[in-house]
Structure formats: structure tokens, C-alpha cells
Design a protein around this ligand. Structure first.
Ligand code: FE2
Ligand code: FE2
Length: 365
């Protein structure tokens, strides 16, 4: 048995430990792909954890929505029990519900319970549209940046920008703007975008990176277009993809959609991570509109609309020969494994991809 597969077995063991307690964060293992020697593969492997979409909601004074607090606290607690420890933690955005100082401070306080691990932050629209990221930048993180870790180039993007006119000229107060952008199905909303400034920065950042270097892009919204009325959408996604397509192995991990979703566009594999707060339904299960849920994505069987934890959970991602295999562990539902199929050229659900095995989408949302 190769070292790689031993490591995968080990990771599965670690996952099983986590599964017993069903925590809503994701473990990500990156493995050096084809062409590496066993020694270099050993050197390049690492794991990071991923937590997203906690939506901490301030009520009054010191009171916050305890259900949402509970999701994030549980993730942090479990993360501290991980053995071996991950190399670092990604937070995928929407730490707060309305971008309030109280909410972001509360999030930082809970996240500070993570022991001895660096956190890499991705901003979500719920963190941004009150003060346009000022408190975030002053106290948490830059809005976009890149870093290298053990031979992998990571890029963090702020993908939830929109038109200047919508942002600056339309709303009487900052909170009104925030509340408009916080709504899911809002005709007064505006589509997300990365924007010219970041696209130019991205192209320049990647000039220094060899085409064979694995790239991991961390965004909040999907860097492709799923469903515009809910802003499961990035308006300039095609232009961002064009910059990324020159690389052999590109993996985009995003939050925002609060559900398992996956797609393949050219060399780019897209995977959504679950939320610690609540699941969103798939667009097609809610609205009788045309939608573009990826044809590779199989609907989760979210059977119980009264169970707010059905559809939240955690998972792990292995990058084997540059392709993702994601093991999703759900709190109140069937676990899922999504692996890239060389034969089909896109990710495939190991159990449910075949139509005869699929559970029909729920339509009672
Ligand atoms: Fe969210
Ligand atoms: Fe979001």
C-alpha cells in the first residue's frame, strides 16, 4: 500500500472520530499530485480545516441567537480536539448576520477559542455591506490576498462586491443597504462580482506562479453562476475563470450557498462547503424559475424542513493528483463523497450520481 493511501486511511479514521460528534467544519487535505516522488508527496501533504457561514446574530445587549452561536462554538471546540492538528483554518465568510461590530467581535471571541492555529479569513456579504469592510479590515483581515503553503498557492478573493451605484448612491442608511443585501430573494438586491481591481491584481499575483502549481481559490460566493435571484452568482465569474484556466490544477472552495454543490468548468473544480448556521434549499426546489444548478450536482435528501440542522455538517477534501475528493459528513443526513471522475471529466457523487440511486429533490420549502 502506498504512503498516499495509508494517509488517506488515516484521514478517514480522523474523519470517523469527527463524524461521531458531527461537527460543522471541514477538513481539507492537500496531496501533491502526479509527478511527485514519494518523498515530495510526503513533504507536500497537509490538512486545513474550514468553517463557514455562522451568521452570528445580535439581539440586544449581550444577547445573540444561541442556535447560530452553537454551530460555531461546536466547530471551534471540535477543531481543538483534532489530532494531528490541521496546519491552519479557513473561515469562509458570513461570520455575522448584519455586519455589526457586536457580531464581528462576538465571532472573533468565539474563534479565538481555536488554540494555536492561524485563521485565514474570507469576507461574506453579511460582513461587508454595513461599513464596506472597514471593521473587518481594521480588526480581522485584508479583503483579498494570497499566500503559499507547502507548494500550494492560495488566493483569497472578495467576491461579493457589486456596482458602485448600488453600493453608494441608493440607500438612505448603511443599515438599510446591509439589510437589502442580506435578503435571499430580493429584487432590490444586486449581483456579486470580483471587480476589475481584483481581477487585475489576481492576474498579476499569478504571474509569479508556475502552471503546474496547485491553486486553491477561496471565495465566498461561487465563482460561477448558479441562480441570480438568490445571488448564488458572481457576475464576472467568466473573466475570473479565464485567468485561472491557464493552471493545470485549480480548486475553488466557497461558502454562501449553505449546501453541498459541485461543478467542473474546464480545469477548475468548484466545491461548496456547508454552513454552521442553517442550510439553504436548492433553488429548483423552491422557485419555479429556470436555474442552472450544475448537472453534476446531486440534490441532498433534506427530508425534514422542521429540523434546522438537516443539511448542515462538515466534510473533508483530498486533492489527489490535483483533483478534489470531498467527504461531506452531515449532521442529520446521509454522508456524501464527491470525487473527480477521470472518465467523466467532472466530480461525481460516489453513491447518488446514477439517476436510479438518486433521492428526488424535496419540494416543500
Ligand atoms: Fe451565508
Ligand atoms: Fe453569503
Amino acid at each position: 500500500m502506498s504512503d498516499r493511501f495509508k494517509r488517506r486511511d488515516f484521514l478517514k479514521g480522523a474523519m470517523a472520530t469527527g463524524a461521531a460528534t458531527a461537527v460543522p467544519f471541514s477538513l481539507v487535505e492537500l496531496s501533491w499530485g502526479a509527478g511527485g516522488t514519494p518523498e515530495s508527496a510526503e513533504a507536500q501533504n497537509f490538512t486545513f480545516a474550514y468553517i463557514s457561514d455562522s451568521h452570528l446574530t445580535h439581539i440586544k445587549g449581550q444577547n445573540f441567537n444561541e442556535n447560530f452561536d452553537g454551530g460555531l462554538k461546536r466547530a471551534v471546540t471540535e477543531l481543538n480536539f483534532m489530532s494531528p492538528k490541521p496546519d491552519f483554518v479557513i473561515y469562509g465568510g458570513d461570520l455575522s448576520q448584519l455586519g455589526k461590530k457586536e457580531e464581528l467581535d462576538h465571532g472573533l471571541e468565539i474563534m479565538s477559542g481555536i488554540r494555536n492555529l492561524d485563521v485565514k479569513w474570507v469576507i461574506g456579504e453579511h460582513d461587508y455591506y454595513l461599513d464596506l469592510g472597514k471593521y473587518w479590515q481594521d480588526n480581522i483581515s485584508d479583503l483579498y490576498y494570497s499566500f503559499d503553503h507547502k507548494g500550494v498557492h492560495f488566493v483569497v478573493l472578495n467576491s461579493i462586491l457589486t456596482y458602485d451605484e448600488w453600493t453608494h448612491d441608493r440607500w438612505p442608511t448603511a443599515m438599510e443597504r446591509m439589510q437589502q443585501m442580506a435578503r435571499l430573494d430580493n429584487p432590490e438586491g444586486s449581483p456579486f462580482m470580483v471587480g476589475r481591481e481584483q481581477r487585475e491584481w489576481l492576474a498579476k499575483d499569478l504571474e509569479q506562479v508556475s502552471k503546474s502549481t496547485p491553486i486553491v481559490v477561496l471565495s465566498h460566493s461561487p465563482l460561477y453562476q448558479v441562480y441570480k435571484p438568490w445571488n448564488f452568482w458572481t457576475d464576472d465569474a467568466a473573466e475570473v475563470q479565464q485567468i485561472l484556466q491557464q493552471f493545470d490544477q485549480v480548486n475553488v472552495l466557497h461558502g454562501h450557498v449553505h449546501q453541498i454543490m459541485y461543478n467542473q468548468i474546464g480545469n477548475i473544480t468548484f466545491q461548496a462547503m456547508m454552513a454552521t448556521a442553517w442550510p439553504w434549499p436548492y433553488p429548483v426546489s423552491y422557485a419555479q424559475h429556470d436555474n442552472s444548478v450544475p448537472k453534476t450536482t446531486v440534490f441532498m435528501n433534506r427530508a425534514d424542513p422542521h429540523n434546522s440542522r438537516d443539511g448542515t455538517g462538515w466534510g473533508s477534501v483530498d486533492l489527489i493528483t490535483g483533483r478534489e475528493t470531498i467527504h461531506h459528513t452531515l449532521w442529520r443526513n446521509t454522508n456524501r463523497t464527491i470525487a473527480f471522475s477521470e472518465e467523466k471529466g467532472h466530480p461525481v457523487d460516489s453513491k447518488y450520481q446514477k439517476p436510479k440511486n438518486q433521492i428526488p429533490p424535496q419540494d416543500h420549502y
